[in-house]
Write a protein that binds this ligand. Structure first.
Ligand code: G1P
Length: 284
């Protein structure tokens, strides 16, 4: 079965980014000139996915508005013949893309958020993209995972190697020689981690993950962890890792976000070369 749907858990409070996120969704923070969530939705679209499911919460209205038609704005740009800007606005939600919004009523964790999409997903495989993780690569990371899903007909998790002193920030997987996952633990201590392969915010799941999620009890931080559901899924199905090609920026973290702005600013068609000259001038 083809991967046609993607889930974006966007209900988180973004406390790591206060004060910026007191009244605005962290997913709407801009990297250069686009909100973080738009980059991630574009990654899913460029991977062939057309149905986007946002698991939202209170204070996240701006995300719905961003992917909705803004009739007054489009009308104004049309009347003033601002064709280029009109194109920019229309490309946010191409005509063949559908958006669905479902509320996560209580902040019970990432696993719970993904579970909120169960009825919209039904019985098909789907992608999960965590908007904190901004991925940059010519071949979108989600499409790299879909290739592995298509080969094995089994769940796939995007991973990257991280320094041992950072394993505490991630889900950490163990694998066998066939890149099959043999175990997964959420945020282990460095001295307890069985590897340095970190889950990096991109997943393809078979629909059976929902049964696994319904068995999960609150784990690390008192939350329903997606990682714990994956561990349960392994009892009945294989799941694989993909060490993806590409660069990952942690946009849920102030420093990662700044790095994303600088690097993508340098690559920007209109601004890149002037920005580079300026950076060279202020270099300490
Ligand atoms: C989540 C997942 C974790 C994963 C990480 C990647 O953690 O629970 O397994 O490694 O995203 O960004 P969070 O960053 O939400 O604490």
């Amino acid at each position: 079965m083809k991967v046609r749907k993607a889930v974006f858990p966007v209900a988180g409070l973004g406390t790591r980014f206060l004060p910026a996120t007191k009244a605005s969704p962290k997913e709407m923070l801009t990297v250069v000139d686009k909100p973080v969530i738009q980059y991630v939705v574009e990654e899913a679209y460029d991977s062939g996915i057309r149905q986007m499911i946002f698991v939202t919460g209170r204070t996240k209205r701006a995300i719905e508005d961003h992917f909705d038609l803004n009739f007054e704005l489009e009308n104004e740009l049309e009347v003033k013949s601002k064709k280029e800007l009109l194109g920019v606005v229309r490309r946010i939600k191409p005509d063949d893309m559908s958006c669905f919004f479902v509320r996560q009523e209580k902040p019970l964790g990432l696993g719970h958020a993904v579970g909120c999409a169960r009825e919209i997903i039904g019985k098909e495989p789907f992608a999960v993209l965590l908007p904190d993780d901004l991925m940059v690569n010519d071949i979108p990371v989600t499409s790299q995972l879909i290739d592995i899903y298509d080969k094995n007909d089994a769940s796939v998790i995007g991973v990257q190697e991280v320094p041992l002193d950072q394993v505490e920030r991630y889900g950490i997987v163990q694998i066998d020689d066939h890149k099959r996952i043999t175990g997964i633990v959420e945020k282990p201590k460095a001295n307890e981690a069985k590897s340095n392969l970190a889950v990096s915010g991109r997943y393809i799941f078979t629909a059976e993950i929902f049964d696994a999620l319904s068995e999960v009890t609150p784990g690390a931080l008192g939350e329903i962890q997606l990682t714990d559901a994956i561990q349960i899924l392994l009892k009945s199905q294989d799941a694989y890792v993909k060490k993806f090609e590409g660069k990952r920026y942690d946009c849920g973290d102030k420093l990662g976000y700044l790095k994303a702005n600088v690097e993508l600013g340098l690559q920007h068609d209109e601004l890149g070369s002037e920005f580079k000259d300026w950076l060279e001038k202020i270099k300490i």
